[in-house]
Design a protein around this ligand. Structure first.
Ligand SMILES: C[S@@+](CC[C@H](N)C(=O)[O-])C[C@H]1O[C@@H](n2cnc3c(N)ncnc32)[C@H](O)[C@@H]1O
Length: 217
């Protein structure tokens, strides 16, 4: 049995399960498995999901935090309404300040969990795609610095590559606890990996090299 064969079987397994269980994406299982390990949804009521289309992570989040929660999913693409209580969606580019302003206005305060499953459209040029993805997850750090509760959680998908270690170092500069994990539902052959960070350091501050306009709050 080749590794590739096993990996394809696993992919197919989660694809079928997503269909059977009514999830919009196979990625839903990655979030379920991450939460089973870290319990970041325990006690959470406000969750921001960056790169949320088609909405699998929104479904998982809604199931986890219940109908009193407030969940905002943001994506470049329109998300078909989920019909789930407390779930709102926004079409926007997280790189744009207008989108960040919309997010601020939506929550009117801090959030408990920030999720990012963002991935740029693949160009096929590995280095270019890698740099674009790292740029997106750096934006997630800027958003977290401003909007995350101090004891909040940041869960970010990233890809192994030249910039990955640097990114993890940046996350460690901001958070007390940082783990790098690959849930079972993520194919072994895929370079994707998840950074799960908890508890912003005090005072909150962006990593060296970022725009230093953050204030203690
Ligand atoms: C892997 S999908 C997310 C899947 C989602 N977590 C789910 O379970 O349904 C990645 C998403 O990131 C979005 N994305 C990429 N760049 C973005 C950006 N600059 N702003 C907002 N969303 C972005 C893409 O449009 C795409 O829908």
């Amino acid at each position: 049995m080749s590794k590739r064969w096993l990996s394809e079987r696993r992919r197919e397994h989660y694809h079928l399960r997503a269909k059977e269980e009514g999830y919009r994406s196979r990625s839903a299982f990655k979030l379920i498995q991450l939460d089973e390990r870290f319990h970041f949804f325990n006690g959470a009521s406000k969750v921001l999901d960056l790169g949320a289309a088609p909405g699998g992570w929104l479904q998982v989040t809604s199931e986890a935090i219940g109908e009193d929660g407030l969940i905002l999913g943001v994506d470049l693409q329109e998300i078909t309404p989920t019909g789930l209580p407390g779930v709102e969606t926004l079409v926007g580019d997280v790189i744009s300040e207008d989108t960040i302003q919309d997010i601020r206005e939506f929550f009117q305060g801090k959030v408990d969990v920030i999720l990012s499953d963002m991935a740029p459209e693949v160009s096929g040029v590995w280095d270019l795609d890698h740099f674009r993805q790292i740029h997106l997850v750096r934006v997630a750090l800027v958003v977290a610095n401003e909007l995350l509760e101090r004891d909040g959680w940041l869960v970010v998908k990233t890809f192994q590559g030249s910039e990955h270690e640097k990114y993890v170092h940046e996350v460690r500069e901001m958070f007390e606890r940082v783990k790098i994990v690959k849930p079972k539902a993520s194919r072994k052959q895929s370079a994707e990996i998840f950074v799960v960070a908890h508890q912003l350091k005090s005072p909150r501050r962006l990593p060296e090299g970022f725009r230093q306009d953050d204030e203690e709050s």
